[in-house]
Every structure is written in C-alpha cells, then in structure tokens.
Write a protein that binds this ligand. Structure first.
Ligand SMILES: C[S@@+](CC[C@H](N)C(=O)[O-])C[C@H]1O[C@@H](n2cnc3c(N)ncnc32)[C@H](O)[C@@H]1O
Length: 278
C-alpha cells in the first residue's frame, strides 16, 4: 500500500473509554437510526467499511443492507472487535468481518470499497483530515464517504440548571473531549471537512437523539453516574482544571433532582454528511 502511516494523528486518549456504562450507550444504537441518512444509498453487493465500529451494533445493520457484499469493521480496541464479531455471529451476518486497525493507517488496498462510513469517530480522532485522506485512498472513484457526529453545542439537558447550565456538566464534558484531541462540534463541521478532503456532491443533514421516557431518563442517569461521575473521568477533568470535586458533587445532587422534574428532557444533536469520491 502506497501510503504513510501517521501514528501521531491516531486517537491516543479516547475520552469515552470501554467501560460497561458507555458500552450500554453503544448497544442502544442500530443502523436504522444511526445510519438513516446512508441506508437509502446502499445496494446489495456493495463493499462497505465501518471505521471505528465499536461493538458493531450499527455495523451488523449495514452488513444486512449490502449483503451479499462485504462489511468490514475496524476499531483500534480489541475488546470492541471481539464484541462486533460476536454480534455478527449471533445475527448470522456471514458477510461481516472485523479487525483491529487504525483509521489513519487502514489495512486495506487502494480503491477497494464502495462506501466508507463512521459514526461518532471523527469527533474523537485528533486528525480529521488524516482519517478522511485514508478513507479517500481506500474508496473507489465514485464511492461514498459518510459520517454522523455529535454537535455538542446543539445538544441539551432541560431544565439545565440542575447540571450547572452553560458552565455545567455538559460543557465540562465537551471541554474534556477537546482536551483529549477530539472535536465536540464535528457534526456541524462535516460538510466543510469533506470538502477540504476533496469529496464532491456533499449533502449535510442533522437529527436529534432524544431522551424523554422514564426508561430513557433512567438510562441517561445511569450513563452520567457510571461514566461522567466515574473516578477516572472526574480525575481527568479535575487535573485539567475543568471542574473541582465540589462541582462534581453538586452536579450529582442536581442529577437526582433533575430525574424527578416533570419537564426532564434531553437530546443529543447529530450532524450527518455524505460525499462522493470524485
Ligand atoms: C464512540 S465509539 C463509536 C462506536 C460505533 N461507531 C458506534 O457509534 O456505536 C468510537 C469508537 O472509535 C474508535 N476509534 C477512535 N479513534 C480511532 C482510530 N483512530 N482508529 C480506529 N478506531 C478508533 C474507538 O475505539 C471507539 O470504539
């Protein structure tokens, strides 16, 4: 393969980690929702690459959409690849293949995919253009690039005063993401990033993932408690000067009160884009 590895642009500090609480978040995902912008473009027989596939909950739906074409998933973390392989085995997706790999140094030949997709990966990878250059290299001419990424500033928790409003828990999470080399607003920057990488015919859209039912709110509380209030997350934020133990303790109390608030409602905003290899 005629490309230079770029290890300095990989993802040295992945903010979310691989613990059980955040894994539950990924397990809620599926292609029907998380790749709704891409599914109408997929055809049986296509060869599709899912960058940063995580536990494969989206990948298996993509595999279904391109069968008997191949779905390849790569992730830098072996535990995620093990889970993705198990999800494919359990679902009978014999056309889904997973391997450990880095999005900035893909183990694939030039011009070997019809589609390269990623979900919630460019927001974590420091080198956006390094990832997109690799995606472009492995795409066939005319192939599709697709992504769906968080728009941090358009996401909300309502009412927001329980978690510290504008200078509160959500803002601290976004700053932590940025401190780790991530891009908290990537969802609204995708169109520009694809254009800068030389893709054509770019279409950008945006959607909300909402948390409204008692079950959704309980899930969110579990995620915030188990991940954001986990000792390692708090320690990282405190070390960076983004919060103190007292502010975390205040948000923890606020979260309990927010759960009993009749107007409790939250949403993550996502930006999506599709472009074409010229
Ligand atoms: C938030 S998870 C998203 C997983 C999956 N796409 C989903 O949305 O359910 C981000 C994943 O990207 C992977 N990742 C981050 N940077 C990467 C890189 N440079 N190369 C390969 N995988 C990467 C992480 O290991 C993690 O599994």
């Amino acid at each position: 393969m005629d490309h230079d590895p770029a290890p300095e642009t990989s993802t040295p500090t992945y903010t979310m980690g691989y613990g059980p609480e955040f894994r539950k978040m990924l397990e809620r995902r599926n292609a029907a929702v998380a790749a709704a912008h891409l599914l109408p473009q997929l055809e049986h027989g296509m060869r599709l690459l899912d960058l940063g596939c995580g536990p494969g909950t989206i990948s298996v739906g993509l595999a279904e959409a391109v069968t008997p074409g191949e779905l390849h998933g790569i992730d830098m973390e072996e535990s995620q690849i093990d889970m993705a392989r198990e999800a494919a085995r359990a679902g009978g997706h014999g056309n889904a293949f997973f391997q450990v790999g880095n999005a900035t140094d893909l183990p694939f030949e030039d011009a070997s995919f019809d589609v390269v997709h990623c979900h919630a990966v460019l927001m974590h990878a420091p080198g956006t253009q390094a990832v997109l250059a690799e995606a472009r290299r492995v795409l066939k001419p005319g192939g599709l690039i697709s992504a769906r990424e968080l728009v941090g500033d358009s996401s909300f928790v309502e009412p927001d005063h329980y978690l510290g409003a504008d200078a509160g828990a959500w803002a601290t999470f976004l700053k932590l993401l940025a401190a780790n080399g991530g891009h908290p607003q990537m969802g609204k920057e995708l169109k520009r990033a694809f254009a800068d990488a030389g893709f054509a015919d770019i279409l950008a859209t945006a959607t909300f993932e909402t948390f409204d039912s008692a079950e959704d709110l309980a899930f969110l509380r579990g995620l915030i408690t188990g991940w954001f209030f986990a000792p390692e997350t708090m320690e990282a934020a405190i070390k960076l000067g983004l919060a103190t133990q007292d502010t975390f303790d205040g948000w923890r109390d606020g979260l309990d009160r927010w759960m009993t608030e009749p107007g409790a409602f939250a949403a993550f905003a996502w930006g999506e884009a599709i472009g074409r290899h010229p």
